[in-house]
Design a protein around this ligand. Structure first.
Ligand code: UFG
Length: 345
């Protein structure tokens, strides 16, 4: 069974490749390396002992994309490729829509041409219009608040129209909550460009001394300690969710959305505490004003994924923090090429 993984070099993509290879799938990665480093591919090889066929191709390059389908008999596409920074999407909406929406349209057209109609799509909890503080189920009101989220929502809608026009399509929309952590080996993990936007890589960079202190965005939310509450999920659990979704799209038709979260929320300060406990490092922080666009509470009702995919998140918050810490400690500058050994003569 051959799986084409778009964006397979990135954070979630690379962890998914490891689990796919460990479970006997043939993996073909296409990635334009815009937000990832080829070293992750070598690390995946090192972790699994398996080779990955890699194409340095941009989704917007239809001809080269068609070549991949000509050269390989692809059964399922797992589609991660896309821009993902919320703030940047507000600055550069056209880039986001072009890359995330047009790129996916081209992918679907090529898939249709080669009669490959099974896909697992990397969506996000950001498609929900969060208002209260109850767990979010898949039937919740949809409505994104920034171009990144809207690009995910648009793609979800395009898939529904596609299925309505041709009932041979089978697509799982995986709505991720807050992926953190790293592979337990410490060899692959999250490698943000520049200063991290997200909480966990920010905390690990404070712990390792690269950043001075965490800025906590607001402590006046209606939550037990006033800081924002999120549903953090270990990236390996998330990766395993993709394997369950592949089984699903192989055996059914239709477009179905699934929340991938733990069902349990943690506040920013609880995360700081959990991290301090596993790392024995003090995390300096300073409480500043709210970050525009943030909600107070966002956590999943993951029961549909349990019921229909047979998937549950198994790794707890301590494992998430210790794996994130191991990755940061072993790779303080992310994926940089190891300097060649000095040979003394
Ligand atoms: N936070 C801080 N300081 C920081 C970074 C974050 O206090 O330096 C707080 C935020 O205010 C929030 C929590 O930590 O309360 C989590 O923030 P993240 O930026 O890590 O994650 P978000 O929930 O804002 O967003 C993430 C992804 C989005 C995705 C969304 C889905 O970044 O791409 O989850 O719910 F859409």
């Amino acid at each position: 069974m051959a799986i084409l993984v778009t964006g397979g070099i990135g954070y979630i993509g690379s962890h998914t490749c490891v689990e796919l290879l460990n479970n006997g799938y043939e993996v073909i990665v296409m990635d334009n390396l815009s937000n990832g480093n080829i070293i992750s591919l070598h690390r995946i090889h090192e972790l699994t002992g398996n080779q990955i066929k890699f194409y340095n191709v941009d989704l917007l390059n239809r001809d080269r994309l068609e070549d991949i389908f000509l050269e390989n008999k692809i059964d399922v596409v797992v589609h991660f490729a896309g821009y993902k920074a919320v703030g940047e999407s507000v600055e550069m909406p056209l880039c986001y829509y072009h890359n995330n929406v047009t790129g996916t349209l081209i992918l679907c057209q090529v898939m249709q041409k080669f009669n490959v109609k099974r896909m697992v799509f990397s969506s996000s909890a950001t498609v929900y219009s969060v208002r209260g503080d109850e767990p979010i189920c898949e039937e919740f009101h949809l409505g994104a608040t920034n171009p990144y989220g809207r690009s995910k929502l648009m793609v979800e809608e395009i898939f529904r129209d596609l299925y309505a026009s041709d009932n041979n399509w089978s697509i799982c929309l995986l709505r991720y909550f807050n992926p953190i952590g790293a592979h337990p080996s410490g060899r692959i993990g999250e490698d943000p460009n520049g200063i991290p936007n997200n909480l966990m890589p920010y905390i690990t960079q404070v712990a390792v001394g690269k950043l001075k202190e965490l800025r906590v965005f607001g402590n006046d939310y209606p939550t037990p300690d006033g800081t924002g509450v999120r549903d953090y999920i270990h990236v390996v659990d998330l990766a395993l969710g993709h394997l369950k979704a592949i089984e699903k799209v192989k055996s059914t038709i239709g477009v179905e959305a699934y929340n991938l979260g733990t069902g349990r929320g943690y506040s920013v300060l609880e995360m700081v505490q959990a991290f301090e406990k596993v790392s024995a490092k003090k995390i300096a922080y300073n409480i500043i004003g709210r970050r525009p666009g943030d909600v107070a509470v966002c956590y999943a009702d993951p029961s549909k994924a349990k019921r229909e995919l047979g998937w549950v998140a198994e790794r707890g918050i301590e494992e998430m923090c210790s794996d994130a810490w191991r990755w940061q400690l072993n790779n303080p500058n992310g994926y940089i090429e190891e300097p060649p050994a000095i040979i003394k003569v």
